[in-house]
Design a protein around this ligand. Sequence first.
Ligand code: ZN
Length: 448
Amino acid sequence: MNTPDSILNILDAWSDPGRDVHRLATLLFPICRSITGNGVRDTLDILARHIPLTPYEVPSGTQVFDWTVPPEWNIRDAYIKDHTGRKLVDFQQSNLHVLGYSTPVHGTFSREDLLPHLITLPEQPEAIPYRTSYYNRTWGFCLPHRLAESLGPGPFEVHIDADFNDHGSLTYGECLLPGASQDEILISTHICHPSLANDNCAGLATACLLAHHLQGHTLPLSVRFLFIPGTIGAITWLARNEAHARNHIRHGIVLSCIGDPAPPVYKRSRQGNAPVDQTLAYVLNQLHPDAHRIEPFSPYGYDERQFCSPGFNLPVGLLMRSKYGEFPQYHNSLDNLDFITPAAIQQTIRILVHALHALLENRVMVNQLPNCEPQLGKRGLYSAIGGDKDRYQKQMAMLWLLNQSDGAQSLLDIAETSGIAFPILVQTARLLQEHGLLQPAHSTHPDR
Ligand code: ZN
């Protein structure tokens, strides 16, 4: 069914995407990332083994809209030791143990003085929470509630070997796959969380390998992949690419928490019914008719918040599986490599490839012989579609395309109306175009 240049061929050519993405996520998982620092650079270095990736460094102190790029934070080690020198909490065991952006500290603390710096999840006593304090200088340790309760009376040796660099930078990465048009599809995913698998090693690895497999395909639109720190990274990117974003982003999808087995969830853009919203609703309905959710826009979530701020109002939605804040593994150590599965990742990739295909191939066609039905038999069109199993669907596709291509209905609209799969409509529309029966709306001859 797929024509040689269709990106749907990725799904046939890529033998085990779930396994490949899981493997890459496993490499990314141990790295201690934050909104700035070497963890982001190390992550980009790994991604750059697969795709043409350009890293950008934006100096700390740079004004970006209402925000300022913060000092760069790096951490090397941290622990809490008891009076015998035994490590009770060890950053080397899990980077979640340290409150992100903690100030450095070294000293001896009583239990009473240490307690205000400990963060636990009493409801999930075995899990290490993930917490940050980017814009309020303090220090802290995150640990299982069970462990905090068993700490004993102290004294404790507390050590955080971290530093802030006012002359550092914020790092992000871009991979641009140029298409026939400068107009583009944006795929954006956050690179600022430490060892959390679903949030967001799965998103980083999926975007990276998807970009890898898109390379070499003929793309009607350019596709830009952004690997950026959440919030401040998206704000920074928009501040540096303001005119381009306004003029050229035609569709966008933010990816987060896309590797776990929960059914897929799509959150619409602020526009609500942009082509990307129509596309994701269509694709999820086709691929997962009984198990998906479509949600309206809300100003809480991931970087769609910035892309959909009213000054930009870009058509950017959010694709997830488990939704942020709604699953027990969210922002704690239970979000580990067992929580994401190759099967779920494979499903997500299928959704993304079909969505990108629809975004790239959707167009409005115009019937060139609209007065009654054109005679298909004398043009050899019945035999052109051959005797394969899709024959009846392709015949119906011709009739639907000719009837509905009035210059207002897009191929995706016709797919929704007719129930005929979008890829079949794309291929059949191409056939009808070759026979002069359909023309793209913008190039339709004005005299007709
Ligand atoms: Zn998160």
